[in-house]
Design a protein around this ligand. Structure first.
Ligand code: KG4
Ligand code: ZN
Length: 327
């Protein structure tokens, strides 16, 4: 079964063709990040205009690259939320028109769930059930996944998402946008034990909070004149505290759910320090820990096509009244 995936939840426009939920036949991502960098964040109007200009071309090209014809597509799977309203509408309208004209089924997909599905692409065989952690620019969520249509939310951030905190700290340090990779780069030469930053306590034991630590960095920076070594130490100390909190909560979720598998996804998972810390913790606690390849950590349509296939097999369908779901 060939699934055309469409993803336009934030700044990217992405299309992919995935066979039987696992095998990526083709995929492409066009980012409009370059146009947003000077504003220090994604400007929704710019993002959706770029997506409108890109979506048809990129979809045609992935179908050609997959070596198939339009008539060989069996399902259109599209991100229906959460994300930016205008951006989601571009993807949704395009996906509906493809499904309608080809007379094939349409399925709306939850963007956050699709992030952990990235682990199942290209042959990985992970057994259900498992605990999933999604760490992105918009979300930080823990799930218990009994099945792809049986996903229980265990905890989520009470304030900023983890990637958002990286982006805000990078802004405070004058590093640029998006900040995650820039912080990771500086942190490589810094001392993670230099400054005692901590993530705040949370209401639920599996929730997260990253707004307090961001403010702590802001106050620390305000009181000092920083040289490059200071910035390296701030990045290393901040990154280490944030990742410690992620590891701690994910391990607790595995313990509470008696899960031996931890599946992680989202843009922040491109971070090597995070990968190292989770691998180490998994080894110590006898867990199997999975990360997607870096190219599939960021927003992409392959994960949307893959999850779409699984949910279609479970009998899920959308119709042409499918609307965006911002929650
Ligand atoms: O999943 P994603 O592509 O978009 C959302 O769905 O939000 O994640 C983007 C986020 C940004 O906040 C970015 O700063 C962060 O992922 N990020 C990183 C790294 N690379 C990207 N954070 C930490 N370390 C990285 N290497
Ligand atoms: Zn995302």
């Amino acid at each position: 079964m060939n699934v055309l995936g469409i993803e336009t939840s934030c700044d990217e426009t992405s299309a992919a063709v995935v066979k039987d939920g696992k095998k990526i036949l083709s995929f492409d991502v066009v980012s409009s990040l370059h146009f947003h960098s000077k504003y220090g964040g994604v400007i929704p109007e710019i993002a959706s205009r770029m997506q409108l200009e890109t979506i048809t071309r990129i979809s045609e090209s992935v179908i050609k690259d997959a070596g198939i014809k339009l008539k060989d597509i069996d399902l259109v799977s599209v991100t229906s939320g959460p994300g930016l309203l205008g951006s989601l509408l571009v993807g949704l309208s395009f996906a509906k028109s493809v499904a309608l004209s080809l007379k094939i089924p349409l399925l709306g997909i939850n963007h956050v769930h699709s992030h952990f599905y990235a682990n199942f692409l290209n042959g990985k065989n992970i057994k259900l059930p498992f605990v999933a952690l999604v760490v992105s620019g918009g979300h930080t969520s823990l799930f218990y996944v009994r099945d792809f249509n049986g996903i229980e939310l265990l905890g989520e951030t009470q304030d900023d998402a983890c990637g958002e905190a990286f982006d805000k700290v990078a802004k405070i340090l004058g590093l640029g946008y998006p900040g995650g990779a820039l912080i990771e780069e500086l942190a490589r030469r810094g001392n993670p034990g230099k400054i005692k930053f901590n993530c705040s306590g949370t209401r639920g034991e599996l929730d997260f909070s990253f707004s307090g630590i961001k403010t702590a960095v802001l106050y620390y920076v305000k009181e000092r004149h920083l040289d490059i070594r200071d910035k390296q130490d701030i990045c290393a100390s901040f990154q280490s505290a944030v990742i410690d909190a992620l590891v701690k909560k994910a391990l607790l979720a595995c313990k509470l759910k008696r899960s031996k598998s931890l599946v992680i996804g989202g843009g922040v998972v491109a971070n090597d320090f995070l990968r190292g810390k989770f691998s180490q913790a998994a080894g110590e606690h006898n867990l199997d820990c999975y990360f997607p390849p870096k190219a599939l950590c960021m927003d992409n349509a392959a994960m949307v096509a893959g999850l779409g296939y699984q949910l279609y097999k479970k009998g899920e369908r959308s119709d042409l009244y499918l609307n965006v779901d911002l929650n």
